[in-house]
Design a binder for this molecule. Structure first.
Ligand code: MRU
Length: 344
């Protein structure tokens, strides 16, 4: 699956992930505001996919800014600022906008910038798939024939430009001929595991079973989980990892039961400006995601809820970080600086 993000004739077409797996429908973005809406409402989600869409969003922003006439550069800067702030936790969003800005630095002709940016966005799109395939190959060495792998949220093709990070590692092992089955944690409240991970693995013919998030301890206790592989929204200098809410609990349980816990993410997900996970901004989303299932309210009226979208997994709980530049092992402050640091 690598056609869920398409940029055709100046329009961004996204497979609408809010409606999967029941309805496969495209959401069309013609303006940067529509891209921001798509990111915020999770038409498209997953850190690397957010980055690629933001790069195309810059192209749409340029198109729009030109309507401001002589002030187009000023208008463009404010549109890019808005785009970069659409969601706070996945660092791939600001990384993508910064990369586009750097590519266009000093270019003062809009037509020239448009060509440059479209080429850059397309390169980022294709690179993401290529990096995931490399990660898949490297990470597949950590999985054994016959393993049952637990994953949390959706770090698959849908969360990236294609192939996936955590699911890329699983796909890599399957491509090598290993028999792998997957437990997809359902991932309340947006149900990325139940809806999206199950959907894409089923399409690929990879055995997948959905489990309630709160079944994790029981499944591990019964020896039904051999490895855990998850993705990441931001990895900081000491190796702490922000990922979908619930990931940290899975990692704590994995440590308790002696199950290896791996994180797969490209270098664009590393943020070495932050030294410790406690400093990562954690998105809080609308209470409606928790109070309602579809259109039906399931909590009593006026009872407040927490809806933190991410948590931070302590680096001490992580057995390896799988990146396109290699598999990193503790001590992470050293291995990250060595393999990722110099080029970021
Ligand atoms: O809120 P989401 O769905 O954007 O959160 C996504 C996750 O937490 C993924 O696990 C993470 O981005 C890794 S995606 C390759």
């Amino acid at each position: 699956m690598d056609d869920h993000i398409r940029f055709e004739n100046g329009v961004l077409l996204l497979l609408d992930q809010r409606k999967l797996p029941l309805i496969e429908e495209s959401f069309v973005c013609r303006t940067v505001q529509e891209v921001i809406f798509a990111l915020q409402t999770m038409v498209v989600r997953g850190a690397p996919a957010i980055g690629v869409c933001a790069a195309y969003g810059c192209c749409l922003a340029l198109e729009e800014a030109q309507r401001a006439g002589a002030n187009w550069m000023f208008e463009l800067e404010s549109l890019l600022d808005l785009l970069a702030q659409a969601r706070p936790t996945a660092v791939n969003l600001t990384w993508a906008v910064q990369t586009m800005r750097a590519k266009g630095a000093g270019v003062t002709e809009p037509d020239k910038l448009a060509t440059l940016w479209l080429d850059q966005a397309q390169a980022m799109h294709q690179n993401d798939i290529a990096m995931n395939k490399i990660m898949g190959r490297l990470g597949s060495e950590l999985l054994q024939d016959g393993d049952t792998v637990m994953t949390h949220c959706n770090a698959g093709a849908l969360a990236t430009a294609g192939y996936g990070t955590a699911l890329g590692v699983i796909r890599g092992a399957v491509d090598m001929g290993k028999n792998i089955s997957v437990i997809a944690n359902e991932t309340r409240p947006f149900l990325q595991g139940a809806r999206l991970t199950a959907y894409e693995l089923q399409q690929d013919g990879i055995a997948v079973t959905v489990a309630c998030d709160n079944a994790c301890a029981l499944l591990m206790q019964r020896g039904m989980v051999d490895k855990v592989v998850v993705g990441a929204d931001r990895i900081v200098a000491n190796g702490d990892v922000a990922n979908k809410i619930g990931t940290s609990g899975v990692a704590i349980l994995a440590k308790h039961y002696g199950i290896p816990f791996y994180v797969a993410a490209p270098s664009s997900t590393f943020d070495l400006t932050i030294g410790h996970g406690s400093l990562i901004p954690i998105e809080e989303r609308t209470p409606l995601e928790v109070t309602h299932v579809g259109a039906t309210q399931i909590t009593p009226l006026d009872v407040p809820v927490f809806n933190f979208a991410f948590d931070v997994t302590d680096h001490a709980l992580i057995d390896a970080l799988i990146t396109e530049r290699g598999v990193l092992y503790p001590p992470y402050s050293h291995s990250i600086a060595e393999m990722i640091g110099q080029e970021l």
